[in-house]
Design a protein around this ligand. Structure first.
Ligand code: 3HC
Ligand code: NAI
Length: 699
C-alpha cells in the first residue's frame, strides 16, 4: 500500500497525519511524505504549530525493516529527524500503540511529545542486530539520562506510558478516550497559549555517567547478551557520542549503525523476525475461515495439560479440564490456580482477574459430558496409545459436531489416534512445549486427512494464545524432536569417541545455546530418554549406535535434577550441577567394552559435528515435506530448543557457512560412522545446483 501523509490546518494548528498501514513503518514513501508536509507547514504562514499523529493501530513502529540490506534511498531518516528538530516553528508528536525505533527517534526530533494512555515506547533495534540509527543513541540519553537510556536500548523492552512520562520521554499523557488528533489539538492549543517555541533535545546538555556505573553496565550487558555485538555497540554509540558535540555524536552513531547493518548477526535477526511472521502464511490456509476457538477443553491436568489450560485462560478463553476422577480433577484445579497465582506474583495478571477466571472461566471435572459445548479439545494424557485412543473414543461420543479434536502427543502416530473417531478430518496434533504457558512454540501437526479448516483453526488458536505456530507433517518427533534426536545422537557419538558430556555442553553453550544437550536431559528427566529408547528399540536399525551408559544411570535411579544426580551432580553447593566423576567412569567402561580408544575433541570439532547433524536432519525434514520450508525449521529451533536467535536458526546458519562446506564435513565424518553420517538428499541436491535454503524460503 502507498504511504500517505496528509496536511490539514485548523486555525493556527497544522495537522500532519501519517498513514502507512499496517504499522506506519518509515519507508522511503513515508519519509518523503513527511518532508513535503513539513515544507507545507513552514510555508503556511497561518500555521503556528504542527501536530504529527498517525492513523491506524499505532504511531510509527520503526524504520521499514524490509529496506535493510538494500541501497538506502533519500530522504534518509537521520536527516529527516534533524530537519524536523531544526524547524523554527514548534512541532508536537502524538504517540499511540507501539512507538518503536525510528518512530520514537522521529518523535524525539519533534519539540514536544504527548502519549495516549496505553502507549508503549522503545528502541528495540539491538534485538534486530543494529542500534538506533536516527539519533536515538544521542537524544534518548539527553532526555532520560544515560543509565535509563542504556537500559532501554540494550534490553529492547517496551516502556509503558507512565514510566515514559516519569523519565521525561513524554511531556504529557492524554486523558482516556481521545483519538490521537483530538488529544494533539488540545495540547497544541495549550502550547500556543503558553507561547511555547521549538525545544530541541540536541541543545540539551549531554548526560554523564560515572565510570564505575558504566563498567558495571558493560559487564552485565556482555554477560546477558553473550556472543552478540549490537548491545555493546549501542552503549559505545551513546557514551562516546555524549562526549562529542551533538553533530559529531550523530556521525559516530551512523558509522557504528552502518557497521552493524553489515553484520551477519543483523541478517540472522532480521531473518528470524520475518520467519516468525511467515510461518503462519501457508497456501493451504488462504481464504479458509477457521472455526470457533472460544471454549477449550483439555484432557489431563498434568504438567502439560495444566500449562495448556493456563495459557488459554491467560488469553481470555473459557476452559474445561477433564481428569481421570474427581480427586485428580481437584488436584488439577489446584495446580492451575497455583500457576495463576504465580502470574499474579510476577505482575502478569491482576488478583481480581485471577478470581474471575477461577469463578467463571475455568472448571475441572471427571465427566466428558462437560465438554459438550467445547470448540477445541486438546488431549494431554499419558503418552500411551491405548489410553489416548480411549480418550478419543470418548471425545467422539461427547463432543459436538465440528469440534476440533487435538492431541498433544510428542511421538505417537496421530492418524492412528484419529482412526478411532468417526471424524478423522477434525483431528490434528497441537504440540505444545513445556512449560506450555511460557514457551512460545506450537507445532501444528497435520495428518493427511485433516480438513484445511481444522488446520486454520489450529493456527487461529495459536494466535490467540500468542504462540508462534509452525506447521509440521506426521513423523516420529515432528520437526523439533525429530531433529533433536539426531543432534543428541551426534553428541553421544562424540562422547563415545572420547569427549566428555561436559566438554560437549560447554562447546554448545559457547556457540550460543543456553544449555548443552546433557544439562537439558538432566532437566527433562533421564527417565524420558530411557522410555524413548525402549519405545524405539523394536524398530531400530542394528547399525545405529545407542549408548548403554544412559541405561546404567537409569538403573541406578539417576533421573537427572529431580533425583539430584544425572549427568551432573546437584546439591546445595552446586544448584546448577557439577560434573560427575562417576558418570565419566560409566562412560569410560562402555568405551573399553566397545574397544574405543578415546581421543580428544576441540570445541570447534564438537560444534561442527553437532551442527552438521542438526542441519542434515533438518534438510531431511524439509525434503520430506515435514516442514513446509527451511524457515519453519528455523522458527521451531529458535522458539522450542534454545537455538541462538542471533544466528538465525540452523538453516539460516547453514546458508551462511555455505552448504557445500557442510556437505563436505558430513562426507568427512562418514569415515567415523557411515550409517549415521549419510548426507540428506536435499542437501546434496542444493549443493549440486549451487542453491541454498534461503532460495527455498522464497519459492
Ligand atoms: N518494518 C516493516 N514491516 C514491519 C515492521 C517494520 N518495522 N514492523 C512490523 N512490520 C510488518 C510485519 O512484518 C507484519 O507484516 P505481515 O502482516 O506482512 O506479516 C505487519 O507489519 C504486522 O506486524 P505484526 O504481525 O508483528 O503485528 P503486531 O501487532 O503483532 O506487532 C509491532 C506490531 C509491535 C510493531 C511489531 O510488528 C514489531 O515489533 N515490529 C518491529 C518494531 C521494530 O523493531 N522497530 C524498529 C525497527 S529498526 C529501526 O527503526 C531503525 C532505526 O533506528 C534507524
Ligand atoms: P503428566 O504425567 O504430567 O500428565 C498426564 C495427566 O493425564 C495426569 O494428570 C493424568 O492423571 C492424566 N490422565 C491420564 N489418563 C487420563 C484419562 N484417561 N483421562 C483424563 N486424564 C488422564 O504428563 P505430561 O508431561 O503432562 O504429558 C502429557 C502429554 O503431553 C503426553 O502425551 C506427552 O508426550 C506430551 N508432551 C509432554 C511434554 C513434556 O515436556 N512433558 C512436552 C510436549 C508434549
Amino acid at each position: 500500500m502507498r504511504a500517505r501523509v496528509s496536511y490539514n490546518r485548523e486555525g493556527e494548528i497544522a495537522e500532519i497525519c501519517l498513514d502507512n498501514p499496517p504499522v506506519n513503518a518509515l519507508g522511503v514513501g513515508l519519509r518523503a511524505g513527511i518532508m513535503e508536509a513539513l515544507a507545507q507547514f513552514m510555508a503556511d504562514d497561518a500555521a503556528r504549530i504542527a501536530v504529527i499523529h498517525a492513523a491506524g493501530r499505532t504511531f510509527v513502529a520503526g524504520a521499514d525493516i524490509r529496506e535493510f540490506g538494500k541501497p538506502p534511498q533519500a530522504p534518509f531518516l537521520p536527516d529527516l529527524v534533524n530537519h524536523l528538530e531544526a524547524l523554527e516553528k514548534p512541532v508536537l508528536c502524538v504517540l499511540h500503540g507501539t512507538t518503536l525505533g525510528g518512530g520514537l527517534e522521529l518523535a524525539m526530533g519533534a519539540h514536544y511529545r504527548l502519549g495516549l494512555p496505553g502507549v508503549k515506547l522503545g528502541l528495540p533495534e539491538t534485538s534486530l542486530g543494529i542500534l538506533p540509527g536516527a539519533g536515538g543513541t544521542q537524544r534518548l540519553p539527553r532526555l532520560a539520562g544515560m543509565e535509563a537510556a542504556l537500559e532501554i536500548m540494550t534490553s529492547a523492552r517496551q516502556v509503558g506510558a507512565q514510566e515514559a512520562l516519569s523519565l521525561g520521554v513524554l511531556d504529557a499523557l492524554a486523558e482516556e478516550g481521545l483519538a490521537p488528533l483530538e488529544a494533539g489539538r488540545k495540547m497544541a492549543a495549550q502550547l500556543l497559549a503558553e507561547g511555547a517555541g521549538p525545544r530541541r533535545i540536541s541543545e540539551m546538555p549531554a548526560p554523564q555517567i560515572a565510570p564505575e556505573a558504566l563498567a558495571e553496565i558493560r559487564t552485565q550487558t556482555a554477560r546477558r547478551f553473550r556472543g552478540q555485538i549490537a548491545q555493546l555497540t549501542a552503549i559505545d554509540a551513546a557514551v562516546e557520542g555524549a562526549a562529542m558535540p551533538f553533530e559529531a555524536g550523530m556521525k559516530h552513531e551512523r558509522a557504528l549503525f552502518e557497521r552493524l547493518m553489515e553484520s551477519p548477526q543483523r541478517a540472522a535477526l532480521i531473518h528470524a523476525f520475518f520467519a516468525e511472521r511467515k510461518v503462519a502464511q501457508l497456501p493451504e490456509l488462504e481464504g479458509i475461515t477457521p472455526r470457533a476457538t472460544d471454549r477449550i477443553g483439555v484432557i489431563g491436568g498434568g504438567r502439560m495439560g495444566s500449562g495448556i489450560a493456563v495459557s488459554a485462560l491467560l488469553a481470555g478463553l473459557d476452559v474445561t479440564l477433564i481428569e481421570r476422577d474427581a480427586e485428580a480433577a481437584a488436584a488439577a484445579r489446584e495446580g492451575v490456580a497455583a500457576t495463576l497465582a504465580e502470574s499474579v506474583k510476577r505482575g502478569k495478571l491482576r488478583e481480581e482477574a485471577r478470581a474471575e477466571i477461577l469463578a467463571q472461566r475455568f472448571r475441572a471435572a471427571a465427566d466428558y459430558a462437560a465438554l459438550s459445548e467445547a470448540d477445541v479439545v486438546i488431549e494431554a494424557v499419558f503418552e500411551d496409545m491405548a489410553i489416548k485412543r480411549a480418550v478419543f473414543e470418548a471425545l467422539d461420543r461427547h463432543c459436538k459436531p465440528g469440534a476440533v479434536l487435538a492431541t498433544n502427543t510428542s511421538y505417537l502416530d496421530i492418524p492412528g489416534i484419529a482412526a478411532v473417531t468417526t471424524r478423522p478430518a477434525d483431528v490434528l496434533g497441537l504440540h505444545f512445549f513445556s512449560p506450555a504457558h511460557v514457551m512460545r512454540l506450537l507445532e501444528i501437526v497435520v495428518p493427511e486427512g485433516t480438513a484445511p479448516e481444522v488446520v486454520a483453526t489450529g493456527f487461529a488458536l495459536g494466535k490467540k494464545l500468542r504462540k508462534v505456530s509452525v506447521r509440521a507433517g506426521v513423523c516420529d518427533g515432528f520437526i523439533g524432536n525429530r531433529i533433536l534426536q539426531v543432534y543428541r545422537a551426534a553428541a553421544d557419538h562424540m562422547v563415545l569417541a572420547g569427549a566428555s558430556p561436559y566438554e560437549v555442553d560447554r562447546a554448545v553453550t559457547e556457540f550460543g545455546f543456553p544449555m548443552g544437550p546433557y544439562a537439558v536431559q538432566d532437566l527433562a528427566g533421564l527417565d524420558i530418554g530411557f522410555m524413548t529408547r525402549q519405545r524405539k528399540a523394536p524398530h531400530r536399525d542394528p547399525r545405529e549406535f545407542v549408548p548403554r551408559w544412559g541405561d546404567v544411570m537409569h538403573a541406578r535411579g539417576w533421573h537427572g535434577r529431580k533425583t539430584g544426580q544425572g549427568y551432573y551432580s546437584y546439591g546445595p553447593e552446586h544448584p546448577r550441577g557439577a560434573p560427575s566423576p562417576e558418570v565419566e567412569e560409566i562412560i569410560a567402561a562402555e568405551r573399553a567394552e566397545r574397544g574405543v580408544q578415546p581421543r580428544s575433541f576441540t570445541p570447534e570439532e564438537i560444534v561442527a559435528r553437532y551442527m552438521a547433524a542438526m542441519v542434515n536432519e533438518a534438510a531431511r525434514v524439509v525434503g520430506e515435506g515435514i516442514a513446509a520450508r527451511p524457515l519453519d525449521v528455523d522458527v521451531t529451533l529458535l522458539h522450542g530448543y534454545g537455538f541462538p536467535r542471533w544466528r538465525g536458526g540452523p538453516m539460516h546458519w547453514a546458508d551462511q557457512q555455505g552448504l557445500g562446506e557442510i556437505l563436505r564435513q558430513i562426507e568427512g565424518f562418514q569415515s567415523e560412522d557411515a550409517y549415521f553420517w549419510q548426507p540428506a538428499p536435499l542437501l546434496q541436491e542444493l549443493v549440486a545446483k549451487g542453491a541454498d535454503f534461503a532460495r527455498l524460503n522464497a519459492a
